[in-house]
Each structure stands twice: as C-alpha cells, then as structure tokens.
Design a protein around this ligand. Structure first.
Ligand SMILES: Nc1ncnc2c1ncn2[C@@H]1O[C@H](COP(=O)(O)OP(=O)(O)OP(=O)(O)O)[C@@H](O)[C@H]1O
Length: 332
C-alpha cells in the first residue's frame, strides 16, 4: 500500500476529508456524543449529530469547535482521530502527510493539540493552512498570479473575508458571525415573537428551507414545532421567509460590514481586479437565500456562489496536497 496524503477541513459545523487519489471520502458533522458520568465516547459524526437536542440526561452531544475556536481540546482530538481512522489513516502501510485547515486565529497551543491528534492517528507530517486560502483554491481561483481575488467563506462558526494575490492573503477579516449565529438569531426571534422554544436543528432547518436575506419577492412558509413557553405544551406555528429575513438582519449586516472593511483596505489595483472577477462565496452559508444578491448590491461588485460551496475548503486542501512543502506551513 502507498502513502495517501490527506487534506482535512476541520470545521465548526462539519469535518470533510480528502484522500489523495480518492477525492472527498468523508463528510460528517463535528459532533461527539459522550456518556456524561463515564466520559465514554458513544458516537462521532452523523450518528452523534442525530442525538443533538434529543439526548437523555446521561448522554451529551458535544460540538467541540464553537464560534470558530476549539472549545474542547480533548473532544476535538477524539473526533479528529476517529475521522482519520475511519478513512484508513492508521492502517496504511506508509504514514500519510496530513494538511489541516482549522479555524482562523487558533492559538499555538491549539495547533499543537491538532498536530498531536493527527500524529496519533498515524500522520508522518502535519501541515496547516488558512481557511480562506484553501477556500479560494478549492473554488477554482488562481490565487498565485499577481492579481486580486476576493473570497467570503461563511461557515458554521466564522465568516472569513480575504483578498488574495500571489498565493497569499493581502487583506482579511474574520468575524464570529456565520451559520451558528444565524440559527441562534432565528431561535431568539421565534422565542420573542411567538413565545415558542425551538431546538437548534429546527432553527437550522428553517434557515436552509425558507431562509432569505434579500427582498426578491420570494415568499415561502414552513410549519414548525416547538414548546409553547406559556402552556409548556407542544405547538405548531407557521413561519414566513420575510420573518427569517428580519431575524437574520443584524448578523448579515455584520458580514456586509466585514466585507466592506476588507475592500476599503485593499490596494486599488487589486480592487480593480475584483470588479472584473467578482467576489466568490464559499462555505455552507453561501447557500443562504439572497446573500449573493445582497452582497452584490452593498459592495457594488459582482458576487458569485462557488460550485459546491461547502466543499471548497476540503477541495482546496486536495489541490494543495500536490505542492505541500511550497504552499502550506508545517507544524512542529
Ligand atoms: N442551504 C443552506 N442555506 C443556508 N445555510 C446553510 C445551507 N446549507 C448549509 N448551511 C449552513 O452552513 C454551515 C456549515 O457550513 P460549512 O460546512 O462550510 O462550515 P464549517 O467549515 O464547518 O465552519 P467553519 O468554517 O466556521 O469552521 C452550517 O451553519 C449550515 O447550517
């Protein structure tokens, strides 16, 4: 058996793994279910995700990465190791090199924890790369030319905005407003307006099915269930897409401001390139209804959604595996 280098998008919401020669082989939610008293791991990934909000007292479903940072070291290590093992990392004859894209701004202590987890799973060498760079490469941008490319990567925990040229980030901003904040805003809106408590998964469902942030005349509705705060009993109500737009307004305004501030700090020659090429949206949040239209209106530049936006980062790692020593930073 040969060494199979692997690329990992260690995301707040999802982990995806690319194995050289095989493509994207794993795509699972970043969730671990553990037994509270014994701390025994019961499930990792999809199976654990199904338990979110539905666990009995002694079982907890943990999302170890939150708001774009590693909230729980130990569980992140367990999760990373379980996923690498699942794609065969430890059973390969020759130990792989692993390239990991982790949340922006992680500390050196967190980097060390990630490196050690990868090494324990069989990695020979561990490399790390910034998410927006991988996202831009995975979206098909040629960031190695002397010209401006702008990417807005909206994940679960963070939105990363970056302008790249000659293989590096020129101007950037990372804010902790992304998919999770959208879900929380919808939950809060429904609680305040209807006195109805809904879970994380229902809120995410609303966002995905009828969420919109731009008034394009689209009017959709959806029945949702939760617990009535007044009676304490289950209740079904109908939610409209305009209400979701209202709920998401503040969060989306922060993303627009972050993108504007990056453009304002971008050298004029690169700005001119961005007008020609447009801004590319990546990450799951790129799929939020009307976000491309809103950003285009606010930034006055064309905005395009990348193909398969949720996989841009992991696809980018896959492309970078061919040139690891040149393009990524080796840890340790
Ligand atoms: N159709 C959709 N509309 C809106 N949001 C969506 C859609 N599909 C997925 N999402 C959201 O995308 C987010 C996950 O995106 P992604 O997998 O790119 O994030 P991540 O890489 O795990 O996070 P991060 O980059 O912050 O670490 C979730 O919040 C999810 O609810």
């Amino acid at each position: 058996m040969l060494s199979k280098d692997i690329g990992i998008d260690l995301g707040t919401a999802n982990v995806s793994i690319h194995v050289k020669g095989r493509g994207v082989v794993l795509d699972e939610p970043s969730v671990v279910a553990i037994e509270n008293d014994t701390k025994r791991v019961l499930a990792v990934g999809e199976e654990a995700h199904r338990m979110v909000g539905r666990t009995p007292g002694n079982i907890i479903a943990i999302r170890p990465l939150k708001d774009g940072v590693i909230a729980d070291f130990e569980i992140t290590e367990i999760m990373l190791k379980a996923f690498i093992d699942r794609v065969g990392g430890r059973t390969w004859y020759s130990r792989p090199r692993i390239l990991i894209c982790a949340p922006t701004n992680i500390t050196s202590v967190e980097q060390k924890a990630i490196r050690e987890a990868a090494e324990r799973s069989g990695a020979r060498e561990v490399f790390m790369e910034e998410e927006p760079k991988a996202a831009a490469i995975g979206a098909g941008m040629d960031i190695f030319q002397p010209s401006g490319n702008m990417v807005v990567d909206i994940g679960g925990g963070t939105t990363d905005v970056a302008v790249l040229s000659m293989g590096d980030v020129v101007t950037a901003s990372s804010i902790k407003v992304a998919g999770d904040k959208f879900d929380a805003a919808i939950m809060k809106y429904i609680k305040n307006k209807y006195k109805l408590l809904i879970g994380e998964r229902t809120s995410e469902d609303i966002k995905i099915k009828i969420g919109t942030v731009y008034d394009d005349g689209r009017k959709e509705e959806m029945d949702i269930r939760g617990r009535d705060m007044v009676t304490g009993l289950p209740l079904t109500i109908t939610i409209h897409s305009e209400e979701v737009r209202e709920a998401l307004w503040d969060s989306v305004s922060s993303i627009v401001s972050a993108a504007k501030s990056v453009l304002e700090r971008t050298p004029p020659e690169l700005s001119a390139d961005i007008i020609d090429r447009g801004v590319i949206l990546t990450g799951g949040g790129a799929l939020l209804g009307g976000l491309d239209a809103l950003l285009a209106e606010e930034l006055k530049v064309p905005v395009l959604i990348a193909d398969d936006p949720m996989h841009c980062v992991v696809k980018g790692t896959g492309i970078m595996l061919d040139n690891l020593d040149k393009v990524a930073k080796k840890l340790g």
